[in-house]
Design a protein around this ligand. Structure first.
Ligand SMILES: C[S@@+](CC[C@H](N)C(=O)[O-])C[C@H]1O[C@@H](n2cnc3c(N)ncnc32)[C@H](O)[C@@H]1O
Length: 228
């Protein structure tokens, strides 16, 4: 995958994403990168989890596929006014280089006030836990999704792997069993995918799965909960 050329393109809401040359696959929806990230991960993931855990003091969050850092940055912005400690772990097997990062327009699209934090997120050294604010901690891990082997650690998982068409090995019962184990009871996993086979794999390993309206251009998405 490292040999594939990556190009920055503009999606329908004006925000950038990265296309994998020759794969017809992108880091975000071409209907809108920011719109998708806000809808799937922030609104139906983070905001939902907070609404179900109003007394929580800490949120341990795992992202599968750190990619451009868009989800991390939006999570930082969305958490700023809370009293919740965010422990954000981003797993990424193929980090992008700084030239690609410099071509992303997220801060111009949403908030140039937060441009410096977007840069800080990318400057954080890989495999070291960094403090980005009083309450926000980030560790970017260069490892494979297949190697995630935590137990009862996370409250929330952003499952943002490339699609099952190009990486079927990341949408299997075995991977979702590891995700289920990595979550605490009461924990939640959200993903943009709404494929029947993905939903069935989640149910097979014990998740309670909801089909929710998808972001612009997609009918549905999935939210999987690890209930007590
Ligand atoms: C859909 S993109 C993630 C987009 C990202 N969440 C963002 O906000 O930009 C999928 C990411 O998974 C990474 N990836 C591919 N195979 C992987 C693997 N086996 N383990 C971990 N990451 C992988 C890719 O390099 C890519 O960054």
């Amino acid at each position: 995958m490292n040999n594939i050329k990556r190009n920055v393109i503009i999606t329908a809401d004006g925000s950038t994403t990265i296309e994998m040359d020759g794969w017809n696959e992108h880091y975000h929806s071409t209907h809108g990168a920011i719109s998708e990230a806000r809808h799937v991960f922030i609104q139906n993931g983070l905001t939902y989890w907070k609404s179900m855990n109003v007394k929580a003091e800490v949120c341990h969050l795992l992202e599968i596929g750190f990619g451009t850092g868009l989800n991390t940055w939006l999570t930082y912005i969305a958490s700023q006014d809370d009293d919740v400690v965010m422990n954000y772990t981003g797993v990424e097997a193929f980090p992008i280089d700084s030239e690609l990062v410099s071509k992303l327009n997220f801060t111009k699209q949403i908030s140039s006030d937060h441009a410096s934090i977007f840069k800080e997120i990318h400057d954080v050294k890989w495999n070291e836990r960094a403090k980005l604010s009083k309450l926000f901690f980030l560790e970017k891990m260069t490892k494979k999704t297949e190697e995630v082997d935590d137990t009862n650690l996370y409250d929330l998982i952003y499952f943002d792997a490339f699609g099952a068409r190009v990486q079927p090995e990341l949408w299997t019962t075995s991977i979702f069993r590891n995700m289920f184990t990595a979550l605490k009871f009461g924990g939640v996993l959200v993903t943009y995918s709404a494929k029947g086979s993905v939903r069935r794999a989640m149910i097979d390993v014990g998740f309670v799965v909801e089909r929710l309206p998808g972001p612009i251009g997609k009918r549905e998405m999935l939210r999987a909960s690890k209930k007590n």
